[in-house]
Ligand binder design. Structure first.
Ligand code: BGC
Length: 767
């Protein structure tokens, strides 16, 4: 028998979120006032200690702890009304115990929020987000979030710490894996799709959950790509390049925001009032709650902002509502109140926001609504979800090179399948998949057998992921990811070469282990580990046609491998259906259509290298060296692979790139279009991209800005006209006063399959 909180049953008369329609729009005010009435009435009964308790978020341990501390004595703290939410706990049975303490054993019976990091799928693990973003398929991305929400809520979770929308142009930073790459426009579209996927249009439904946009803000710009490091950037850069995806999530109605570890303009985000109140609430109108990151309140002590009491007061006053794990709020806010360092109003406001979130989820109506064992059995790892994960993975792969013409393979080919990632379950899910189970994943060898049972496969591991024991230990923190074999590297190589000799083609599956990217996994060297580079070199000497299937959580420096006459298929960490999806693509059942969303450098010294660069006063006229121009002595300025780049088994030609008019009035629109033709031998999908260049601006403009994209299917020989409607609104930017403006003038544009194509046409924006 479900026991409901007394306070709630008497108060609840309706839900806050209902399906969006005109009727709902008319009713939303009533619903908001119902929520206010409920929350007001609870707050009126609460003591100051109970209010502070709501601001405390704990991790009882057992899941993935990403800080040094795990909460203790959690049971007693819940019973004492000292906890507003938990994370790192899953399963209706366990969560019910915790929810019982909150509902039955505390004075007011306020239910708990139950959070989790569901970053790229729950049990049905999708590719890492950087991979999914390479699909440029917003509907698909939204559906990954819907399935993640379906599964997580079936396991008792009602609050998700995703999407991570940090723009990053630094592949040294391991957390590039978790985001959508380097571009604010694409990043914003993906942020919106993810929020809509998690939250749906009705948060009271059993299969939706509150999303959290993170890490607010600028976390992806940490200096030298070192995790948790300082950031420093101008407001103009922030507003034009780094803030848009967070804002897009807010505009999409995200329920919560997580503050980041880094400082912004000298003040850590967690205690930054300009960020958490002036910008987030006053300017952007955010009305949900803000949580800290893992112990980021306490970490302000190390940042040099004072002792625990001081930093906790700073955070509350800045606009932070919930304190993750550190218990600074719990242990110091009352004292600060007594000493006049914070006000009761500030505590009440934060508590109100937590209670509102619980109301929006319908937890007051039924604290146990996400605890349904039948759903756990029915909704997690559904056959259709796994099938979808396979489809998403195939769409995330990027064909970087097709010089060998090895791909697609014939299904009866004689294949040397070689590499430490070729028959490996432990590294298919990628970083930040704490709720997934690596053992459920399909390795490449198994996938190939499933898709091409007639293929003759000669498998050999060929090399260790790394031969460096110390390095291996660092990446094995969440389980064995880089095991070093008892067989010597020489013996392994010998076997691999033998397998190659017996075969017609080589498929080499190499790259990074899962935990070589992700949190606290920064690298200064973006190479494939030397053990595997050596394997590739030796395999290349056999003169057998070779395709490299490359796994990684970041753009790598593959200049050496790219100089070989090989095919290269980038597959990220593809998730639970890895092997099946890879087999689908290498045998041509799906023609790769992914496009990279972060530029790949020629070497680490080029970092940051990104397409949305500004011009210098001394631009390099061509890739040739010219003294006193902006360039390097040793490599050209261009990346190895630019943003938006990705090949297909077929080829696409772009023609008739035109505008519907020469002039765009401030209050009008213009249509830019191109005819795209599939000129090759396979049917295929293409991501058609629109870039513009604002030629003259009051602030230095980027050389190119993505302003639209469409993914289309073209049968071989088929042509389609793809159009983008542009208005002055689409050409806005933040000027020196941080006003969002459009300035008249000439705009160049190009419609292309990658960001490195030259402008040939322009239109004029007129007053
Ligand atoms: C990460 C967050 C994550 C949190 C809770 C932190 O270390 O930065 O992204 O949501 O841990 O697991």
């Amino acid at each position: 028998m479900i026991k409901r909180s007394l306070i709630t049953l008497s108060l609840i008369t309706g839900c806050f979120f209902a399906p969006s329609s005109q009727v709902v729009a008319q009713n939303s005010q009533t619903q908001e006032s119902r929520m206010n009435a409920t929350v007001d009435s609870i707050l009126a009964k609460m003591t100051i200690d109970e209010k502070i308790g709501q601001l405390n978020l704990l991790n009882p341990g057992g899941g993935v702890a990403t800080g040094a501390v795990v909460s203790d004595n959690v049971q007693q703290k819940i019973k004492d009304g000292e906890v507003g939410g938990l994370f790192g706990v899953a399963g209706p049975d366990k969560i019910k115990i915790a929810q019982d303490y909150a509902v039955n054993d505390t004075r007011l019976g306020i239910p708990l929020l139950i959070g989790s990091d569901v970053i790229h799928g729950y049990k049905t693990t999708f590719p890492i987000p950087l991979g999914t973003s390479a699909s440029w398929d917003l509907e698909m991305i939204k559906k990954t979030a819907q399935i993640a929400a379906l599964e997580a809520t079936a396991d008792g979770i009602n609050w998700n710490f995703s999407p991570m929308v940090d723009i990053s142009r630094d592949p040294r930073w391991g957390r590039v894996a978790e985001g959508a790459g380097e571009d604010p426009y694409l990043g914003s579209q993906i942020a919106k799709a993810m929020v809509e996927g998690y939250q749906g249009d009705d948060l009271t439904k059993e299969n939706t959950m509150i999303a959290t946009v993170k890490h607010f803000a600028l976390y992806g710009a940490s200096e030298s790509g070192r995790d948790y490091n300082t950031t420093d950037m101008s407001r103009i850069k922030m507003f034009n390049e780094y803030l848009p995806p967070y804002k897009a999530a807010i505009d999409a109605g995200v329920g919560s925001v997580m503050s980041s570890f880094n400082d912004v303009d000298g003040v850590p985000a967690t205690g930054n009032k300009w960020l958490l109140t002036t910008l987030l609430r006053d300017k952007w109108g955010f009305d949900g709650f803000v949580t800290s990151d893992y112990t980021s309140v306490n970490e302000m002590i190390a940042h040099g902002l004072g002792d625990l009491q001081a930093v906790s007061a700073l955070a509350l006053k800045a606009g932070l509502d919930m304190d993750m794990v550190g218990e600074g709020f719990l242990t110091t806010l009352k004292k600060s109140l007594e000493e006049g360092k914070v006000t009761e109003q500030e505590i009440t406001t934060a508590a109100r926001r937590i209670l509102e979130a619980k109301y929006k989820l319908g937890l007051f109506e039924d604290p146990y609504k996400y605890l349904d064992e039948n759903r756990t059995k029915k909704d997690i790892l559904k056959k259709s979800s796994r099938e979808f994960a396979r489809e998403v993975a195939a769409h995330s792969f990027v064909l970087l090179k097709k010089d060998a013409g090895v791909l697609p393979l014939k299904k009866d080919a004689k294949i040397a399948l070689i590499g430490p990632l070729a028959n490996n379950k432990n590294n298919m899910l990628g970083t930040w998949a704490p709720t997934g189970d690596p053992q459920l994943s399909i390795p490449v060898l198994e996938g190939i057998k499933n898709v091409a049972p007639k293929a003759k496969i000669n498998y050999a591991q060929g090399a260790n992921i790394t031969n460096d024991e110390e390095f291996a230990e660092k990446i094995n923190v969440f389980g064995p990811r880089a095991e070093i074999s008892n067989v010597s590297p020489e013996k392994m190589l010998e076997k691999a070469l033998k397998a190659a000799k017996k075969s017609d083609v080589i498929i080499a599956v190499v790259g990074e282990a899962s935990e070589m990217s992700g949190e606290s996994a920064s690298r200064t060297n973006l190479l494939i580990p030397e053990s595997q580079k050596k394997l590739i070199r030796e395999l290349a000497k056999t003169d057998k046609p070779m395709a490299i299937v490359l796994m990684s959580g970041r753009p790598l420096n593959i200049s050496e491998e790219a100089a070989l006459p090989v095919d290269i298929l980038q597959v990220w960490h593809p998730g639970v259906e890895a092997g099946n999806a890879i087999a689908d693509v290498i045998f041509g059942d799906y023609n790769p259509s992914g496009k990279i969303t972060a530029s790949w450098p020629r070497n680490v010294g080029q970092v940051p290298v990104y397409y949305r660069m500004k011009n210098t006063g001394r631009p390099q006229p061509s890739d040739d060296f010219t003294k006193f121009k902006s360039q390097y002595l040793d490599v050209s300025n261009s990346p190895l692979y630019p943003f938006g780049f990705g090949l297909s088994y077929t080829d696409f030609e772009y023609k008739n790139i035109t505008a519907s008019a020469d002039k765009l009035p401030m209050d009008g629109t213009i249509t830019l279009s191109a005819t795209v033709t599939n000129t090759g031998d396979f049917d295929g999908e293409e991501v058609v991209q629109l870039y513009i260049h604002d030629k003259v601006r009051s602030i230095t403009p980027p050389l190119k800005e993505l302003k639209g994209f469409k993914k289309i299917m073209l049968k071989k020989g088929e042509s389609k006209t793809v159009s983008f409607e542009i208005s002055a609104e689409d050409l806005k930017f933040y000027n020196s006063n941080l006003d969002f403006v459009t300035e008249p003038g000439e705009f160049e544009y190009v419609i292309a399959g990658s960001s490195d194509k030259e402008f040939k046409n322009s239109f004029e924006l007129v007053k």
